[in-house]
Design a protein around this ligand. Sequence first.
Ligand code: SAM
Length: 191
Amino acid sequence: MTGYMSKEEILKQIHALAPWYFLVELTPGIFTIPREQWATHWHTIITQDYMTRILFPLIDMLNKKSPSDTTIMDIGCNEGWLSLIFQRMGFKRIVGIDPNEANIKKAEFLKKHFGLNNVEFILGDINNFKTTDKFDIAVMFGVINHIHNPVGILQNIHSFTNDYLILDLTLFVKIILRRQKRSGLTLTYHR
Ligand SMILES: C[S@@+](CC[C@H](N)C(=O)[O-])C[C@H]1O[C@@H](n2cnc3c(N)ncnc32)[C@H](O)[C@@H]1O
């Protein structure tokens, strides 16, 4: 952490950028989502748990290189939580892309706050994203159901990915929604 802001300034920024989708601890005891709202953000906890249990071991299993030799693209990076974890996992270069400006502003705030020099966030749409760069791994989690032309997107991702694209069909969202229906809980914020 960079320590460039006081706790009060961090809280002010969190508030100004709210609502937040992901739960991130910015400094001990200070989270993107205030503690009193955690009960209504249970879907976030499930999502983060799902990624931790499924996605990260999968990347570890597939990738034969050291993370420090591996570049990774986070497609539909939202607020940058996955990119932040990739940085903590030691990846060489991480690029997140998302078409939602509010998401990228939050991601940029996390990047500045944690001093993530090897992470870049791009405001853009994967439908028309063009690059001459190559990424070893591309990850597209929770995104395919937002895409109208999945085949075109896959061809585009293929053009800049060296080794693997890991994507999910967001079926876990259905599980979350079933749990919601059964329990009567409401989702406060999900996009
Ligand atoms: C449900 S969130 C998933 C976020 C994160 N990847 C995760 O796994 O939790 C879907 C994200 O995909 C982004 N998205 C939607 N259409 C997109 C597109 N055409 N290109 C890139 N990102 C897109 C949305 O803005 C949103 O942040």
